[in-house]
Design a protein around this ligand. Sequence first.
Ligand SMILES: [Ca+2]
Ligand SMILES: [Ca+2]
Length: 462
Amino acid sequence: MISNLMLFLFTVLFQLVIATTDCDPGWFGSKCQYKCHCVNTCDQQGGCVDGSSCAPGWFGPLCQYQDLATLNTSSTLPPDLTDGDSSTCIEVQTFTKTWDIPYGFTWIRIITKQKASLQGLVLNLKNASTDSATRCADVTVINVTNTIYDVLCDTRSVTKQVEIVFLSQISICSVHFSGGRNVALKEKTWQTNDYSEIINGINTTLDASRAVDGNTNANFTYASCTHTKDDDKKETWSVMFSNEHNVNRYILYNREPHSDRLHKFTLISYSQRGTESFSYADKDMTDKPFYTITTGPFPVAKVNITSSTKILTLCEVEIYGDIICNEPNYGLECTKTCNCNDPTETCFVATGGCQSGCAAGYQGVGCSQSCDKTHYGSNCINDCSKNCTNAECNSTSGDCFSCNPGLQGRLCDKACNATYYGQDCSKRCSTNCTDLLCNNVNGFCISCINGTHGDLCEKVKL
Ligand SMILES: [Ca+2]
Ligand SMILES: [Ca+2]
């Protein structure tokens, strides 16, 4: 008996261990592949514990998007726009953001003080090579909530300056420029061969995965750098994505010392079809702690980095962009379904937001929240008819579930047919009513047949 109980308890405990994936602190996700960027810790789903906000430099869904508002900047925006505080705002009609190096620009998040219309805003992008500003021809504005707006520009070029012009003065509280999310973390990697060494008393194989472990430390003794064998030929390191991604930035973290070994490396990206989508050949012979390579966003499924020397060491490779979903899906792994009012619209991959608004019956971030019982339609902006019982209706069509007494029809906007009354017009007038006619709400007879009286002609005259 006792042994059976022990076995039962052991089985329950075992199943609990299987059911919950315990990630190392600072990581989350089904494969613990996402790094936490909350001010406090993350829960297992990546939400910030205790409602804390994203750490400085990060924003967007699960704080996974790097914010370029304060990165590599030669012009600073007004502090109220970058302080991460949605209660400090300024009145502006236009502002400009300039970077020291160009970026493959994709989207901006703008947080306003109150509900506003951002439709008609203009984005002028200054091209890195020509220095001339070009108006973004394909701007999409998505209302995430009443005060959060995502502004997308479909461009393949790199940009050193973005100017935003609103139709009129507007109170803006925060601006985030998306640098994408690091899509290389914990992805599948490969290198020509692995060098091993005893580090801190432990025989350590410096395999390819150490360049996507989330640790950029250049110190070789932290065992977070890759290292190939010294065997007289060029060496290659690769990362292979489980999905194709639109990539616009690569950051290679070098080791120290021996950082000269990365001189004149080459980087080649391939699409899912195996065609070359981007290539870069380094020509610089100065030692650098890290290399930043920016491009317009291009589809990438695999990246090769090849050394010009006999040893290839990479302490980290960060690759920024976002996933490409083949279906009308969105989310970190394309597992969430778009829910747009226009069924032909593919929602924004980062948030699920739709330019056409949410499908009837839905509202909120990612159009994933159902309407409450008294609202219906796209973004739940319509009130159910007051003629519906408790003013409750179908969230898609607005049809009442039932009607207040005396009314009938889908929207309860028609009086009962003659001789009927009550809720949903479901009751017949009394047979003692003259011509079977009664008040459509309470059923009181208009008049009584001979010999009867009372509201419902229910009493017989003696
Ligand atoms: Ca602010
Ligand atoms: Ca590393």
